[in-house]
Design a protein around this ligand. Structure first.
Ligand SMILES: [Zn+2]
Length: 441
């Protein structure tokens, strides 16, 4: 055996030893389950889910079909099955001080029920590597979809995060951190962004409305999604929606749609006049109407603002949380689609970084939607599954419990329709047909 073959076999053996996969059943029946399928349909009791390999092959009432030979049957009496959760706003590469921490971090997300994440800007050199590992199931991890960021040139001089994420490249010229001006060759810039493996652009800051419109049209032409901040100033949220962007982030920043003027610079974004601008201002209601027409998804991200309002209240406008809850509730009532994103590493953090033994933050964001955003638990689950999959541009195989889709499922020991916090009571997680236990067994 040659040395390289030996090394490959050793690597395979080690990866098998290290892999936390409990079992990959070629043919598995989950019986006596109560299904909450992610489409907003009420819970369906006494159901069987048939899984063949990586896909859902059948969904039917218990005992309505014979059990095929060679099938493993898992009795889920008293258990509840929801689609794998999707955190639609994560920043993975800014959160970890040490490369060695990514594996336990990503495992913690997966064991906590998160089967996919949308990374909303970071170092694409690292994200491309992690996504290749995660999306091929070589690593126990949620699947990863990520962006290439574009902003006005002044942003890159101001923002340490952008500088860090493109270290080693000239400022504003890395394909995943590009400075855009009215003279930029937009088709080339979009092609370079696409070359990073990103599935979308993130338009972040300091861009005029005309440039937002041109970039969005070109990105869509080249098959990329466009995910924006609500505060790309000087472009307003309404400018972004009119340009046809696919998602728009951060409920509190919608305040700028009704402000007499927007700041010249994105750094003023959290200081909205929440005391005087009503969430149901005519401009904001018009924005919701346009979002509904275009199918623009609101990435509400309530949780990071709760933390910020508590810990650094001087950094945000007075009254930010009641306003953000009210505007999110209103958007939901008006039929705007809302996803579940946490604008975090995906895990709660303490002074030392992400807490690897904590429940992923996506559960807390879902609870906020129920407790403050006017969502029913069924709607919050739909937001974190079907709508987050749509936000990520990945509805073909993900987001709902549907025949033909990937077997990305979370099995719960308690009813999440009675108490949304029960989404954290996890018996086991299936991703792409492979089983993972919450305690790492
Ligand atoms: Zn973010």
């Amino acid at each position: 055996m040659s040395a390289s073959v030996f090394m490959r076999r050793m690597a395979l053996l080690l990866s098998m030893l290290a892999a936390p996969v409990l079992a990959t059943e070629p043919h598995l029946l989950l019986t006596h389950a109560t299904i909450i399928d992610g489409t907003g349909t009420p819970a369906q009791p006494h159901m069987t889910i048939e899984i063949k390999g990586e896909r859902i092959a059948g969904i039917y009432p218990d005992a309505s079909r014979p059990v095929p030979d060679g099938t493993r049957v898992e009795d889920l009496s008293g258990r509840y099955v929801i689609p794998g959760l999707i955190d639609a706003h994560v920043h993975l590469t800014g959160a970890e001080p040490d490369f060695a921490h990514y594996q336990p971090h990503l495992q913690a997300l997966l064991r906590g029920g998160v089967t996919a994440i949308r990374d909303m800007a970071g170092d694409d050199r690292l994200l491309a590597y992690l996504a290749a590992q995660a999306n091929s199931d070589a690593l126990a991890s949620p699947d990863i979809f990520y962006v290439a960021l574009m902003a006005g040139p002044t942003f890159f001089a101001e923002d340490a995060r952008a500088q860090e994420a493109s270290a080693g490249e000239p400022l504003g010229q890395a394909p995943w951190m590009q400075a855009m001006t009215p003279t930029t060759d937009i088709p080339l810039a979009v092609a370079e962004a696409k070359g990073t493996g990103a599935t979308a652009l993130k338009l972040y800051a300091n861009l005029p409305a005309s440039l937002v419109a041109k970039i969005t049209a070109e990105a869509h032409r080249q098959g990329l999604r466009v995910w924006t901040h609500a505060t790309i100033f000087p472009a307003t949220p309404g400018d972004a929606v009119a340009a046809g962007v696919d998602t728009i982030s951060h409920s509190p920043y919608l305040v700028w749609e009704a402000a007499p003027k927007v700041p010249d610079d994105y750094r003023g974004r959290a200081m909205g006049d929440f005391a005087h601008i009503r969430p149901d201002s005519p401009q904001i209601l018009a924005l919701f109407k346009a979002m509904k027409q275009h199918g623009t998804i609101l990435d509400a991200t309530l949780l990071p603002f709760v933390d910020e309002a508590q810990q650094h209240s001087k950094n945000v406008g007075v009254g930010i949380m009641p306003w953000s809850y009210a505007v999110t509730r209103l958007a939901h009532q008006q039929g705007v689609l809302i996803d579940v994103g946490t604008d975090s590493s995906g895990l709660p953090a303490d002074a030392h970084g992400p807490e690897l033994h904590a429940l992923p933050s996506v559960h807390a964001e879902m609870a906020l939607l129920v407790e403050h955003g006017g969502f029913t638990p069924i709607e919050a689950i739909q937001a974190a599954t079907q709508v987050s999959a749509a936000a990520m541009g990945q509805t073909t195989l993900r987001g709902t419990i549907t025949v033909g889709k990937r077997a990305d499922l979370v099995v719960l020991t308690a009813d999440p329709t009675r108490d949304i916090h029960n989404t954290g009571k996890i018996a086991f997680v299936l991703k792409n047909g492979q089983t993972y236990l919450p305690d790492g067994g």
